[in-house]
Design a protein. Structure first.
Length: 305
């Protein structure tokens, strides 16, 4: 919120931390050979790096964080569309209905945000059209990132089918191989590092260490991101894809609510309606009702007996 363009230094810090941890504990200081051929990781990483950078830059194009979260929640649409085109998959009526709900929800939120940008009273008549065009470019960037992310998921699925699941290895290579790419973003990263150094000082509780508050925020972000992504990768090996999708969807919903309430982001009744469409559609897609049915019936039987 203080430095909207700091996405690159945040992403670089996350990647560096996870890569160093993986190099020590997974790759055994480079002595362990990868189970999946390295060239496949290079392809996956190129997609992963592109998605991360494009999503970061979208925040510089007048895209509000709640809209950013909701738009990325539409990954089911992109995955289904590319699954039909590339993998020749076919889905049930309920799946298509859920995708229609998600699409409607994203359209509603996008349209209402467009009206907010267009009618922003703080903009003069000369700046208004220019800001709105930047916002349209941000929507285009989010759409591209959404499709690229879905394509990466399909590529990942085919790799796991061929070589087996290696979540820790994939976590390491997905974060270690893109590191040289951050050299292209070095001026931006250095610029924000200087800005971080100039932020107000903050004394870390318990430890008593004093440092600029933005570096403390960054440290906490890196730690929580590591816990989050490590948990997701473990979840993919221990649980069904249904459980993983449901947990990630609920996490997005909590993030959205927190963003609105804590940071006081503008959110109208139409935004709430669009959000409801997105998450109901996602839950329909995962068929959580079918899973909850047998569970609830098992809970009722002992009481009836």
């Amino acid at each position: 919120r203080q430095f909207p363009g700091c996405g690159n230094i945040v992403t670089f810090s996350q990647f560096l931390f996870i890569a160093v941890e993986g190099f020590v504990f997974e790759a055994n200081f480079g002595r362990k050979r990868p189970a999946i051929p390295i060239r496949n990781y290079f392809i996956m990483v190129a997609m992963f790096f592109t998605v991360s950078v494009v999503n970061n830059y979208a925040l510089n194009l007048n895209i509000a964080m709640p809209l950013h979260m909701i738009f990325r929640s539409g990954s089911l649409i992109a995955s289904m569309a590319l699954g039909i085109i590339i993998l020749k998959k076919r889905y049930s009526i309920s799946k298509y209905t859920s995708i229609a709900l998600v699409s409607l929800g994203i359209f509603t939120c996008t349209f209402m945000s467009a009206k907010q940008v267009a009618s922003d009273s703080s903009l003069n008549q000369e700046d208004g059209p220019q800001v709105f065009l930047w916002w349209l470019l941000g929507i285009a960037a989010l759409t591209f990132a959404l499709l690229m992310s879905a394509r990466m998921g399909i590529f990942q699925e085919t790799l796991y089918q061929r070589f087996g699941k290696h979540s820790k290895e994939a976590l390491f290579y997905n974060h270690a191989l893109p590191l040289p790419g951050f050299l292209l973003l070095a001026p931006n990263i250095y610029h924000h590092a200087v800005l971080f150094n100039q932020s107000e000082l903050f004394q870390v509780p318990v430890i008593g260490l004093t440092l600029p508050i933005m570096w403390f925020y960054l440290l906490m972000n890196v730690i929580t991101q590591y816990v989050c992504i490590r948990g997701v990768f473990i979840l993919t090996t221990e649980c069904t894809s249904l459980t993983v999708t449901l947990v990630v969807t609920l996490r997005k919903f909590v993030s959205l609510i927190f963003s609105i309430l804590y940071f006081q982001n503008p959110f109208t009744g139409w935004h709430w309606l669009g959000t409801a469409f997105v998450f109901v559609g996602t839950l329909m897609y995962t068929e959580v009702w079918k899973s909850l049915g047998p569970f609830l019936r098992r809970r009722r039987r002992p009481k009836e007996e």
